[in-house]
Design a protein around this ligand. Sequence first.
Ligand code: GLY
Length: 366
Amino acid sequence: MTLSRRDFLGAGAAAAATAVVSGKAAAGLVEVVDRSLSAGASRATRPVVVASSNGLRGVARAYEMLTRDNADTLDAAIAGVNIQELDPEDQSVGLGGLPNADGVVQLDASCMHGPTKRAGAVAALEDIATPSLVAKAVMDYTDHVMLVGAGAKKFALQMGFQEQNLLTEESRQDWLRWRACLSSGDNWLDHTDPVVIKFHTGTINMIALNAAGDVSTVTTTSGLSWKIPGRVGDSPIIGAGQYCDNLVGGAGTTGRGEAVIKACASFLTVEHMRQGMAPEQACLKTLERIVAMTETRLLDERDRPRFDVDFYAVSKDGRFGSASIYSGSRFAVADATGARRVESAYLFPRAERPRTPRPACVPQAG
Ligand code: GLY
């Protein structure tokens, strides 16, 4: 649903950003891994909502909106990812996301609306917790597709989004630990406790298909932790972080954005489905391309990447699937069976994944 610009300014942004159920437990969510119900079984079901593993609550909400309210597919998908964007405990997206090297949370998001062939995106957006909704506002209320940085924030404020500090204390402490290990000759806090540094390329992608076969996609993220300020990953790039075509289906991704951008990988996954591949097969084929496109410095001695990427896809007829480079990934799905997590297909066993040695962090007093 698209409100008029006047209505959106009056209520839409604020209401949409706060209309999120808090709490981890939600009735009907099943925390089981059920590979038999993945696209490997080629089961077609509509409506269906698919997301990255952190989207279990989100797919349940989006599915409920599709079935109970006959909601628009993009509204449903965005309401689903809003749960993670507004959850301060998810350090890969929105409020509480891990910051960049300067300690500033910079968010990326994009969305596509299959039925109307429209798209919107924001990148390096600061101080607004729901970049997915700002991306939709770019789509709905401008003649542009992508706004970045200060311009994106100014637009969001003009549209009525609320400014807030997105850096939670937990993420600030993680950033300080990382920062303390950079150099012994600066003025940053030192940590004498054992230092465990978090790195993240976590993200949430969601794909919603309704009973009529309309599809929409959204991806939102705080991006790579400790990134160089201004770094933009795949999530806000149409065709990289997500893509849909209402004639074919939708696809999206989480993981190392730099690898995804080079392969135009969500677009490629939809094109694989257009050629007749099932969603899971399309994801695997795209991952093969990503591996083939990987520069030598990021490959191990067996020419396998030192990083992981996950793909998710839904075809117009309601089949769905997911795959990752290394085993062990899961994805979230909601259909008539309920909301649950399902094992993803993969190219290589995780046991064979090369460990990237991280330099030991020994913080010192200046
Ligand atoms: N896929 C999220 C990122 O690389 O920013």
